[in-house]
Design a binder for this molecule. Structure first.
Ligand code: ADP
Length: 558
């Protein structure tokens, strides 16, 4: 700004100077031209008087240095000329001043030289005898005058310019100083130029508006932060170039990054091609979703475009943990496949046997064996369906079942009693030891735990083996142990035997009528009673499975 003011002042001084020089020269030139013209007229009048009185004798011995005198007759023929030989001169009738003099008595004109540096002034007067006397004088033109005065003009110009530069420098600094010292933080407190007051007023109003908007924005930002910080879902806000504008703690954890990723491209945080494609879709204005593995979990990624005036100006990426859901879905798929598979085998056997019998392809003496096979497979299917129903009830939480005080020792004795026929078949002895111990639970489920553990202990035993059911109370808990002298469980299978349909030896399990669901029921039922399960097993040495119940006094019903 200082520079512009400085330049303006310099240009103004320069223009003023040029205008002054031109005006001054013009006035001077006019003044002196006027005087010269007056003198020319006077001299011409004197010469006219002389020629009128003396005729051509007037020119004898006449000496005129500055003037040129010419005498012209009525036909325009030059009779005398003080500077040239009149005989060789052309006719003067057409000259402006001569023509005027013949017409009106006096004539005046001026003519510039070819170079424009000289100008001739002419004055002519008609004599009583009809001839004309003309006087002319050479005069400098404005241009000559200007060139003649160029040195003083330059000197004055230099002086004026130096003065103008000093003045312009001071003035421009003086004008700008108050502007530079304006306090824009508090515009209305500034004194100085009155002309600035409306501008300062507007700045103050805009600052107030900006402050208000900033406060609103900050409030909205902190609200958004508060909401997204507490969210378990990951939320990432991106602009149209997929640069991160905001990322909540959950999303930071998932992408294993920190706050410094704000302002960077998302691809720098996670370069998954699938994720880039998802964001690209959202960037094109379509809502898109996909599942993606992040760390040890599975996440549902939803990308939604954000529109403003019909244009996408950002994308919101939402990341939802679906690990559990995925696991449940996977389990459900496996369970359905397993159930179909488990049901298919007995059904095929029943169908095959029934077809053979219907087509008369079974001998009369084999009929009972076929009927027994159909009966056994039907029983197996019924057991399977019952176990599935039990499990599904447990999956639902067994909310409608009756909670009561149950003496596990008594229940164990009842269970063992019901298993005696089976134990006899397998040639296994059953014992119940311990003491009465009451737990608070669901009798039906506790009976299920006991039955499945004892049933397995009998089924996976060796001939002449034994099963010992021990019930003990103490140290704030009730322990139920079922120990057998059977085939044992290999260490690598101990974790998996509680999975649905998992069997260490499938043919053994099927031979003994196992469904592969017994221990899953035990696990679920124990969980509902807040009880822990421990396995101690030696291959070919026997297995002890212990269920550890909390004492019912401390146990609160779920
Ligand atoms: P199943 O109906 O096949 O017995 P379970 O869920 O009750 O199904 O048991 C799962 C698997 O665990 C069995 O197939 C068997 O291989 C193994 N198992 C369970 N209890 C015992 C045990 N006491 N001794 C040896 N193996 C056992």
């Amino acid at each position: 700004m200082t520079k512009r003011i400085f330049q303006s002042i310099c240009i103004a001084v320069l223009c003023t100077f040029a205008a002054s020089v031109l005006l001054f020269m013009g006035v001077l030139y006019n003044y002196f031209s006027g005087i010269q013209r007056k003198q020319l007229r006077m001299q011409a009048d004197l010469a006219a008087q002389g020629v009128a009185n003396e005729g051509s004798r007037y020119f004898e011995g006449l000496s005129v240095a500055d003037y040129r005198i010419t005498w012209i007759d009525m036909d325009g023929v030059v009779l005398y000329d003080s500077q040239s030989d009149s005989a060789g001169m052309e006719n003067h009738l057409k000259r402006e001043e001569i023509r005027q003099a013949f017409e009106t008595g006096v004539g005046e004109s001026a003519r510039d030289s070819v170079t424009l540096l000289r100008r001739s002034l002419y004055f002519a007067r008609r004599l009583p005898d009809g001839t004309v006397i003309r006087l002319s004088v050479a005069q400098n033109t404005m241009l000559t005058l200007f060139f003649g005065m160029i040195q003083p003009i330059c000197a004055i110009f230099l002086t004026v310019m130096i003065l103008a530069l000093i003045l312009a420098d001071r003035l421009s600094r003086g004008i700008v100083r108050p502007l530079n010292s304006l306090n824009l933080n508090d515009p209305l407190s500034n004194k100085g130029y009155d002309e600035l007051k409306p501008l300062l007023g507007r700045i103050a109003a805009q600052q107030r508006e900006l402050r208000k908007q900033r406060e609103e924005l900050q409030q909205k930002q902190s609200e958004l932060k508060a909401v997204t910080t507490g969210m378990a879902e990951g939320i990432v806000l991106l602009n149209e170039k997929k640069i991160i504008l905001s990322i909540n703690p959950a999303a930071r954890r998932l992408f294993e990054t920190d706050d410094s990723c704000v302002g960077k491209y998302l691809v720098a945080v996670n370069d998954s091609l699938k994720l880039q494609e998802l964001l690209q879709k959202a960037g094109d204005g379509q809502r898109a979703e996909m599942r993606m593995e992040l760390g040890a979990g599975m996440y549902q990624m939803d990308a939604s475009p954000v529109f403003s005036e019909g244009m996408v100006f950002g994308v919101v990426l939402r990341m939802l943990d679906v690990t559990e859901k995925e696991k449940v879905e996977q389990m459900r798929r496996e369970f359905t496949a397993n159930v179909s598979h488990e049901l298919k085998t007995p059904l095929h056997t029943i169908l095959g046997s029934a077809e053979l019998m219907a087509n008369g392809m079974v001998k009369q003496e084999d009929m009972p064996a076929f009927a027994r096979r159909i009966h056994a497979q039907s029983q197996r299917m019924i057991r399977l369906v019952e176990d599935i129903l039990r499990l599904s009830r447990l999956d639902e939480g067994a909310g409608d079942m009756q909670w009561e005080e149950v003496d596990l020792y008594e229940l164990a004795k009842e269970t063992v009693q019901s298993l005696l026929p089976e134990a006899e078949t397998f040639n296994v002895r059953l014992y119940v030891c311990g003491e009465p111990a009451v737990v608070y639970g669901i009798r039906q489920l506790l009976a299920g735990i006991l039955f499945n553990l004892c049933d397995n202990a009998v089924k996976y035993n060796r001939p002449d083996g034994s099963v010992r059911v021990i019930v003990k109370a103490g140290e704030g808990r009730v322990l139920l142990s079922v120990a057998d002298t059977g085939i044992g469980i290999p260490p690598e299978c101990r974790e998996r035997i509680f999975e649905r349909f998992y069997r260490v030896d499938k043919s053994h399990s099927q031979k003994t009528g196992g469904t592969g669901l017994g221990l899953s029921i035990v696990k679920h039922a124990a969980k509902l009673h807040d009880a822990a399960i421990e396995i101690d097993s030696v291959v070919d040495g026997g297995t002890t499975i212990t269920v550890c119940f909390p004492l019912y006094r401390n146990f609160t019903k779920p």
